[in-house]
Design a protein around this ligand. Structure first.
Ligand SMILES: Nc1ncnc2c1ncn2[C@@H]1O[C@H](COP(=O)(O)OP(=O)(O)OP(=O)(O)O)[C@@H](O)[C@H]1O
Length: 279
């Protein structure tokens, strides 16, 4: 993959206006012979929720990495806002969970853990952290060591961390993994509240579309170097997924939830879209 970056900021005078937060034009990403996608044209609008789906290794995290400017494109262009927030998977922190308080984790969003602030810098940092904690309702356990908090509480703090930069674009990398359904719902609602309050766009990588299905505007479905992008009703269909996977896939709707079954990729598909008790 060439190292020349093709990514550049979208110029945006109005932070939460109508300027797109990201724009791919004829974009291609490949590692050696392995093409993850080619000729991707995609404009992400403020307030839009895009779910990124696909089997293991199809390029979902790599897609986020292009938006984070960690992976340059092979060809084509990507313009993306500078105001990007990132929510990682749970348990993604390497730091000692008993030595770090909840608000320390949130503070990393402000300064990446840098030292040497003046008084004014510390006051500003404290205000940003307090505001982010308030947005996710985590004030109560902000001073507890991270290691004693539940998975749901920790994930709330990671949402708060991502909000400290006042993002126009929120990137979420499987943020529901290993949460129970009640905490999944809570985290999804926090993200949606931010989207509604600040018109922040959301790009949400997930193996389980059902917890976010009511919020999703468009699905980007990646499979074996191919992709489809469109509203869930257009992409999550027997016809579209069968064509994309190149084998028979059946999509069944059960009580507002989706169950995807069949074909040689059946195992992946079940994992991609089926959560609890949809069958
Ligand atoms: N820096 C890199 N160099 C070479 N290959 C890479 C690099 N990053 C990712 N890949 C490859 O690109 C493919 C897509 O990886 P990616 O992590 O984006 O998939 P994914 O859809 O997020 O997978 P999963 O669902 O398992 O998390 C994989 O085959 C991976 O090995």
């Amino acid at each position: 993959m060439p190292c020349t970056p093709h990514n550049s900021p979208v110029s945006s005078p109005a932070p939460h206006g109508h300027t797109p937060v990201a724009r791919y034009h004829h974009a291609r990403l490949a590692f050696g012979d392995r093409v993850l996608w080619d000729d991707l044209d995609l404009t992400i609008e403020p307030g839009e929720w895009i779910a990124v789906l696909g089997p293991n290794g199809s390029g979902k995290t790599s897609f986020l990495r292009t938006l984070l400017r960690q992976y340059p494109l092979d060809s084509g262009t990507l313009e993306v806002t500078d105001a990007v927030g990132y929510i990682p998977q749970q348990h993604a922190d390497d730091a000692d969970a008993m030595a770090m308080r909840g608000r320390d984790l949130v503070g990393f969003g402000v300064d990446g853990g840098a030292w040497g602030f003046g008084l004014r810098g510390r006051a500003r940092r404290r205000a940003l952290v307090d505001d982010a904690l308030r947005q996710v309702g985590a004030e109560k356990y902000a001073t507890a060591p991270l290691g004693v908090l539940s998975g749901g509480e920790q994930q709330r703090l990671r949402v708060a961390q991502a909000l400290t930069g006042d993002p126009r674009l929120l990137l979420c990398d499987e943020p529901l993994a290993s949460l129970d359904p009640a905490n999944q719902q809570l985290v999804v609602e926090l993200i949606d509240a931010r989207r509604r309050d600040a018109n922040t766009a959301v790009v949400f990588v997930t193996h389980e579309i059902n917890p976010v299905l009511p919020y999703v505007d468009r699905v980007l479905y990646l499979v074996g170097g191919q992709f489809r992008i469109g509203p869930p009703d257009e992409v999550m269909t027997t016809g579209t997924l069968s064509e994309l996977y190149g084998s028979d896939i059946e999509v069944i709707r059960v009580g507002g939830r989706l169950l995807v079954v069949g074909g040689e990729y059946g195992h992946h598909c079940m994992g991609d879209t089926h959560t609890d008790g949809a069958a």
